[in-house]
Design a protein around this ligand. Sequence first.
Ligand code: MV4
Length: 453
Amino acid sequence: MSFGTVLIANRGEIALRIIRACRQLGLKSVAICSKADQGASYLDAADHSVCIGGPTASESYMDGSAILMAAEATGADAIHPGYGFLSENADFAERVEAAGLVFIGPTAGAMRTMGDKIAAKAAMRASAVPCVPGTEGALSNDAEAMVAAAEAIGYPVIVKAAGGGGGRGMRVVRSVNELDVSVQATREEARRTFNNPEVYLEKFLEKPRHIEIQVLCDHHGNAVWLGERDCSVQRRHQKVIEEGPALGIPREAIGAVGERCVAACKAIGYRGAGTLEFLYEDGVFAFIEMNTRIQVEHPVTEALTGIDLVAEQIQIAQGNELSIHQSDITVSGHAIECRINAEHSLEGLPSPGTVVNWHSPGGPGVRVDTHVARGTTVPPYYDSLIAKVIATGRDRAEALSRMRGALAEMRVAGIEVNIALHQAILRDPAFVTGPATIHYLEKALAEKRFTVS
Ligand code: MV4
């Protein structure tokens, strides 16, 4: 089956990225937009664009009914959700399919399993994917059982909400005295926020790295993994820099984990693109969550493998067999991505407004994914990501050097952007020598090690 038209249920740089993939595949694209994005120049790249509602996300990019109406009105056969918004909403995926359209992503069932972090870990454990030690199911509400569970894991432990993820709904517990209060607080918060009071315990890892594995799976039982990304440089659970391959991890160790990821995806009948997130500490990988969408940092993997992940997602959704076999996939050189956000470098405060000057960098090994041009308005209603600069080199030193050159060349006026923060990181010996843990950036900022003008 081939789609005629794909509707893109997203905005900004990822909407433009998906429009481009549609064009590559000979498919027509429909862009939707909110009142706040109406008239944005990137919309002209699509074959059609439709304003579907008001400026806030809930009035537009989160409004499943409005999106389905736009799909029907424009004759779309499929909906690509991008990342964020409705991309991991199983109910939306079901509504899309019920309307006779294809949701470009996994089945609603797989999305539900991975949305429940307890079920996700159980699925991974069943395929011998290494997981963080912890309770193998929901934590009992019985005080004695709770104490025994934490004792068995060994302090410190972390209480996590089954419905959480991405850093929401968790608490570190360092001794038995704090256990009950922390569990009850996490449970209450989880009940309110995720409508699911289930929590679980894990061993709390003090200084891990965040390493993730990219997979692609088709409807015919084929699955491949496409190397890893190190996403340890983050602040307030927002990634800032991602790169691959991960520094200093033996290739055999990565290979072993990648193969377990593929086995797990085959076992659960996963399809589409996916990312398995691991914590890596003292030479050990431990699965924490799986993301069932295309991720912001997918260009790092595209740069390393030469594979167009968004085009692959669309072809998988059409029912095509994966054209790539594991033996065809090679990771070559090094790639690094800097997320350019409309925010102040040090404080991280958002800086919406109109871009009055814009110059994108270029040159060998430099890719820029952005929807921004001179005159683009950055609305205050959405995520502050406005561009991604991806630099590739034969080795890490060359990739870093190209990134420094690219950032020096970039010009943005009218809004604040975090380029100076990236430049400070890229000249910090601790980052350059590496590897950074998940605490690297917040620690550097707390110690006021960065002086940016
Ligand atoms: C952890 C952890 C340490 N030990 N789990 C935060 C986001 C969510 N995906 C899981 N998170 C963590 N889980 C155990 N058992 C530390 C974090 C964590 C973190 C993880 C990845 C990237 C950035 C992070 C920042 C703070 C805490």
